[in-house]
Design a protein around this ligand. Sequence first.
Ligand SMILES: Cc1cc2nc3c(=O)[nH]c(=O)nc-3n(C[C@H](O)[C@H](O)[C@H](O)COP(=O)(O)OP(=O)(O)OC[C@H]3O[C@@H](n4cnc5c(N)ncnc54)[C@H](O)[C@@H]3O)c2cc1C
Length: 484
Amino acid sequence: MTQKVILKKLREIVGPENVLDSPESRTAYSYDAAAMTPCLPFAVIRPADAEAVSRIILLANEERFPVVPRGSGTGLSGGALPSVDSVVLLTNHWNRILEIDQDNMTATVEPGVITAQLHQAVERLGFLYPPDPGSSSICTIGGNVAENSGGLRGLKYGVTKNYVMGLEAVLPTGEILRTGGKSVKDVAGYNLKDVLVGSEGTLGIFTKVLLKIIPQPETHTTMIAFYASMDQAAKTVSAIIAAKITPAMLEFLDNTTIRCVDAYTHLGLPLEAEAMLLIEVDGRRPVVAEDAERIAAICRQYQATSVTTAQSEAESVRLKVARRSAFTSLARVKPTTIMEDVAVPRADLARLIERINEIGKKNGILIGNFGHAGDGNLHPNYLTNERDAEEFARAERTVFEVEEAAIALGGSITGEHGVGLYKKRLLESMVGHPSVTMMRTLKTMMDPNNILNPGKVFDLRPKCEGTLPRDRDKILKFEEVAWL
Ligand SMILES: Cc1cc2nc3c(=O)[nH]c(=O)nc-3n(C[C@H](O)[C@H](O)[C@H](O)COP(=O)(O)OP(=O)(O)OC[C@H]3O[C@@H](n4cnc5c(N)ncnc54)[C@H](O)[C@@H]3O)c2cc1C
């Protein structure tokens, strides 16, 4: 069947107004937030419901075209990047909060609900939905579930998978699966929900999500501390944890990031500081007051040059601006920013930062680091220019070497942004052959024709191991082979 006939059939399923195939629409959905080469889909579609998704998937199986699910496209590992001759399937228009069940403390949402909108809706009722990616004002719950996204509150509250209680998903064979439910305890059969969470759009398309919400903490206190040495900041992080305090946020900015943030926000940050920690504690009032005092004492013990505790909600918001604007501030410096994501055991954070700076210096690439210090999860931002082929190749080499450094420290190539296309070249060296083989087996079993987001996370037939993500020819060559 030609693409023309496939388009006709897609129009029959979703209505002509929901098939976007103009050059402008195809271009608009040819990339996501990862700094990777765009790839044009042959159409972009907006199905109305799970049944329509199911019919599209059945057609895709018959005609063997790839389907790439997409929320807001803020993913940083190329997960929503179309593959050759694929159809991008949008879920961001399903954006209703269907129910907030206060007795069972759950929220049932459509996949296109923006994460921050859910935050606001449950907070109005005195609840908290803790996962809060830095992109929460634009990313969708569907994308969060597919990436198992983390965020600033991960240390105390965990990540998206800790809040998914149930899912409705269209499987790669077209069946509609409903798994999980409102029962807090449920061990009936294999845990299919957790197979789907974090599957990066390769094992199912989420059409409804049941989430756990929790009571909102009574109060919170926000603090920032500056340091003349990275090592002292890292020791503060370890000492806070060793003191058995679990902050809701324990975030970090390095000197390059502090400078860029100050240039952008004019907050008056100390430009000579090597590190900044943003710390927030929440819970019952007396405990929060006591924890905040103990944390301030620990910061001083490790030679913080200044410690500021917010005295009001407005000041708390102001203190968080520095962290929340880190990416935007760094992204102004050079035409291209590669926002990366590596994780190491918390105690090795200072060592990782040292290695990143050594590697950046060796390759002549400017790097701004910030991230979730309490989780050992760092976002090195490589400031470069993709139009300068030589510099961009050096930047990508630097990314690769930093990922290898994280693996060498017993860490991970991704703490929260996922593998997608960008990191699949290193997956096997990190998790090992048996694990990747098991993942491939699962994918092949669930998606025998490899139509759902093919080529993401791993290749089914490993042909381009070791290539850099910009090696587009090799990646495309593989895609062509993989789903034929
Ligand atoms: C400035 C910035 C800050 C960020 N901060 C964080 C952070 O702190 N923590 C963090 O974890 N991430 C962060 N991210 C990454 C990104 O926002 C998350 O991965 C987010 O969950 C992606 O959501 P999305 O709706 O944009 O998904 P998309 O980018 O559209 O898609 C991401 C993946 O999910 C799949 N997908 C999307 N919707 C569905 C669905 N309904 N069913 C099945 N699969 C689906 C796609 O196929 C793709 O593989 C940040 C990104 C930016 C740009």
